[in-house]
Design a protein around this ligand. Sequence first.
Ligand SMILES: [Fe+2]
Length: 392
Amino acid sequence: MAMPFYHRMGNVPPKRHTQFRRPDGALYREQVMGTKGFSGIQSILYHHDAPTEIAEASLLGERAPRYEAPGALRHRHFRTAGLAAGGDAVEGRRYVLGNEDVRIAVASPTEAMAYYYRNGDGDELLFVREGEGAVETMFGTLRYGPGDYIVLPVGTIYRVVPDEGAGTRLLVVETNSWLAPPKRYRNDRGQLLEHSPYCERDIRPPGKLETFTDEGEFEVRLRKDGRLHAHVYARHPLNVVGWDGYLYPWILNIGDFEPITGRVHQPPPVHQTFEGDGFVVCSFCPRLYDYHPQAIPAPYAHSNVDSDEVLYYVRGHFGSRKGIEEGSLTLHPAGIPHGPHPGKAEASIGKKETTELAVMIDTFRPLRVAEQAQGIEDGGYARSWLTAPPKP
Ligand SMILES: [Fe+2]
């Protein structure tokens, strides 16, 4: 699922499903790309050449993360900033957490993807912690920079091309479903309402549509049912001359999310940015603190009785935590409460504002830790709330 507004780029015929011809007289090839079996949102794309010319298909192998064996339920902390940069934005993903609904990974690509990619299992969200570059897609190219949430709908053929020397660092959420602005932010026609922390003007569709008509061998990798496939196309996969509809990639910058504040502590749902099947994504942005004269700006301890909570620390000082750094990723699982570190509630009193910037992902089914993440774990985190050392 994607955006609640209609958009058009390039050239499309005045009437859908009618003759639309290239300068040489041949027909452009129309593709309806839709969700939920023609009942969900869709776009109609016009290709220079048919999008069905697959010369070869091969299975590259499993792409599901391997998870650690179940252990004691405890709070976890992974320092992702220490991971060496390398690879591209898809093959370079290091999985940290996952369940039946989402997989959470980080990537610090140094190379442009040498192939195109599409996720056939669900929408993807790339959050840019650092760096600049481009995402070339069949709907056009999106330029990205720090703080951008890049939403890539299921089936979108794309390639990430980081700018040289710009040090791209991504948080990646691969879904098995869809991702969209929360329904409660929208009216019955899909328009973002006045109480929504962002609106249509904050949304950036692709900025430029280029049509490539080259012939040759073009590899498009596909993730489907946890397996990676390679399809070799005889023609360039980005050969769209125009498209229109509601399904397309787009960007929201976290800096355009307008935080909601109050006299007393506001609950996490005020930070919600996206929803999907089995999870939500929230943005914790720099904001003024609670202004009741007796307010305690640090959050209360809370029990995620039925959801796991993941925080990815982006920038600034995070008022309720210690021992956290930029790129830290914490998991506070359902079943046990969590809250500010000792002393942080007292220290927050009288503070006027916070500079914290963080992305939160709450999942409704338990997350498992990927084996790839074990090497970057801060093993002492689970005991970091103790105010007195445990007795030997
Ligand atoms: Fe929390």
